[in-house]
Design a binder for this molecule. Structure first.
Ligand code: MN
Length: 390
């Protein structure tokens, strides 16, 4: 019995009530012999967190919003589950000895410090929080190397590349093809985009995701952030990353090796697949998910990205080229811009203006340490908000 228990990977899910978090729990629910939930954390959604705690009986749960601590304690008082509250508690809980993998599924910059703590305490990371690598990719990679920690990508494109690289040893990558669905506004021009509403931006054709990433997807910022994420995950130069718009979202990305051969990973668009691959690696576990059929997709199409109308993509590549703290500035400005768009304070294209102004205003640091990045993030948010309120 004991030996069997140790075979199970014990998982901490940071952001368990969000889109990736709930899908990760679906994966765990279907593979009770392989995985168990050790820790769940949520920011605000106490109702769902309580239900998850009752079902999965983790060792510990943490709620970010401290004002909900008492309510949470009372709701699960009959269960032997430890309860903590606050963002510091979320950052520290990943140090627990009994965690094997930390799934970082919180939104945006908030994933940075918990991820760093998890790496420092030797935990393997299933990385769903791309902003962490965008903001601090160099630092994270150095830390992961130093602490001998593996980072398993959960982003579907990066999981695809990771799957293509599995078994390739040290074979060199010539380039990668990062596929993009193009989002709900594919083929639209600037006149359309200027008046695009959040209701339409939130309707993604293929993927079911949280609000922030869905807006990023509509503006193509998501693909820019993913290019930066790929640069750090796979040790690439920016000129080795090519974005390919592929509206059917079946080819999840591809790797071209030095001999010219291209390997792609395909499947139906379902985030549970990359989550399962990250949790199960190096094993592939059997699932009953719907299967892809070529006969349902007689046409898979590919086109160049539209840098002219979707300026965020170009800004992200510019930030990637400049490197240093520029991706941190890009990310912070974008988080403020997306929030403002979702709150009907600005139009769709004004998000780009805010990011562009922030990138040219904040001071550039070529080799930022963590404190520089924390400061850059804070100053960028302040600046972006200040021009927003003008
Ligand atoms: Mn993705």
């Amino acid at each position: 019995m004991k030996a069997e228990r140790r075979m199970k990977k014990r998982i901490a899910i940071l952001g368990s009530t969000g889109s990736i978090g709930t899908q990760a729990l679906e994966v765990i629910r279907k593979h009770p012999d392989n995985f168990e939930v050790e820790v769940l954390t949520a920011n605000n959604n106490i109702e769902l967190l309580i239900r998850q705690a009752e079902e999965f009986k983790p060792n510990t749960i943490v709620i970010g919003n401290e004002s909900k601590y008492n309510e949470l304690v009372n709701a699960i008082s009959s269960l032997p589950i430890k309860v903590y509250a606050g963002n510091d508690a979320i950052s520290q809980i990943v140090e627990m000895d009994t965690i094997d993998i930390v799934l970082t599924a919180m939104v945006g910059y908030s994933g940075l410090l918990p991820t760093i703590n998890a790496i420092k305490s030797g935990k393997n990371i299933a990385l769903a929080n791309k902003e962490t690598l965008v903001v601090a990719g160099e630092l994270i990679q150095k830390l992961a190397f130093h602490h001998k920690v593996s980072i398993y990508p959960v982003d579907s494109e990066h999981s695809a590349i990771f799957q293509c690289l599995t078994g390739e040893g040290n074979n060199a990558i010539e380039k990668i093809f990062l596929t993009a669905s193009g989002g709900p506004f594919i083929g639209k021009d600037i006149e359309f985009l200027k008046t695009a509403t959040k209701e339409r931006a939130l309707k993604h054709p293929n993927w079911d995701m949280g609000a922030k990433i869905t807006i990023d997807s509509a503006s193509m910022m998501n693909k820019g952030l993913e290019a930066i994420e790929a640069k750090w995950l796979f040790g690439l130069n920016p000129n080795q990353i090519e974005v390919v718009v592929h509206p059917q979202s079946i080819v999840h990305s591809a790797v071209q090796f030095v001999d010219g051969s291209v390997k792609a990973q395909m499947g139906l668009p379902d985030m549970k697949l990359p989550i399962l691959y990250a949790f199960g690696f190096p094993e592939r576990l059997k699932t009953d998910f719907p299967r892809f059929s070529f006969w349902d997709y007689p046409e898979l199409t590919f086109q160049k990205p539209d840098f002219k109308n979707f300026k965020n993509l170009g800004l992200a590549f510019e930030a990637m080229d400049k490197s240093g703290n520029m991706p941190c500035i890009l990310n912070a400005a974008n988080e403020i811009a997306v929030e403002a768009f979702l709150n009907d304070k600005i139009g769709f294209c004004e998000m780009t203006d805010l990011i562009e102004k922030s990138m040219s205003h904040l001071s550039y640091i070529k080799h930022p340490d963590l404190d520089d990045l924390i400061k850059t993030d804070k100053e960028t948010r302040e600046f972006t908000k200040s021009i927003l309120n003008k």
